[in-house]
Write a protein that binds this ligand. Structure first.
Ligand code: GLN
Length: 240
């Protein structure tokens, strides 16, 4: 088995070690005998979404999101759109998550029109939402993470939230939702990075990618004693 990962803008969008998500995916697949090949899709590089089983985009600051916009609109936006609607597994973090929506209006009034692949928009405010936080997915997976964003995201009716807040701000600090979920696309504000901290969530993505490609996915369990201990400790210290 081989799973191909496309890492979008790895040099521009990589806050708080977002790249650790690629490492976690790779390790957890390799441990099960699944080969992983990762391509770095940088600015100016052509990109065909059909080449990938998993797409990943990290977070950045308003500045990087603005700089990338031209490149995104030269065709990567159409490929990303296609992948999302075809059900490719896609993990998008914070600034990268915002880029899948309709627009992001920065706190100082700059309008960044995005691809509108998913039904949501984001508006920034001067006061940032920062801290360790946690949410629960519809499968009951408790996810811990770290958020730092000025953008408030508001979901439309065509998408569902990735989770319900346990503690922290999430999408907008008001409606108790965190992230977005549509087919196999998962958008979240969680830096940290999210997957090494949340083994069950990492396996959810892996199983969906393997199932997409090979029809079924029965992942061998791994020894996650340390991962679960670390997650429990984070919960104890910062969340509950
Ligand atoms: N620029 C976005 C915001 O501040 C995203 C920040 C991030 O990726 N951490 O809302």
């Amino acid at each position: 088995m081989i799973i191909r990962i496309g890492h979008l803008y790895p040099d521009m969008l990589n806050l708080y070690g977002d790249r650790g998500n690629i490492i976690a995916l790779t390790q957890r697949m390799n441990a099960r005998g699944i080969e992983v090949q990762t391509d770095r899709i940088t600015m100016g590089k052509s990109f065909n979404a059909d080449d990938y089983d998993i797409l990943f985009i990290g977070g950045g600051q308003d500045f990087e999101q603005d700089v990338l916009l031209d490149d995104l609109k030269k065709g990567k936006d159409l490929q990303i759109n296609k992948a999302i609607h075809n059900g490719t597994v896609f993990l998008a973090i914070c600034g990268g998550y915002q880029m899948l929506g309709k627009y992001y209006k920065t706190y100082d009034g700059k309008m960044l029109e995005y691809m509108g692949a998913l039904d949501f928009y984001t508006e920034g405010r001067e006061e940032r939402m920062i801290g360790n936080y946690a949410f629960k997915t519809k499968e009951g997976i408790e996810v811990v993470g770290f958020e730092n964003h000025s953008g408030r995201t508001h979901l439309g009716s065509d998408v569902e939230p990735l989770g319900k807040m346990i503690k922290g701000y999430g999408n907008n600090g008001e409606d108790g939702t965190e992230g977005v979920r549509y087919k196999n696309t998962f958008g979240t504000y969680s830096h940290g990075p999210i997957l090494p901290k949340n083994a069950k969530f990492a396996d959810l993505l892996i199983s969906k990618a393997v199932e997409n490609k090979y029809g079924t996915a029965k992942l061998e369990p791994l020894d996650d004693t340390l991962e679960h201990k670390a997650q429990k400790q984070i919960m104890k210290l910062y969340i509950k």
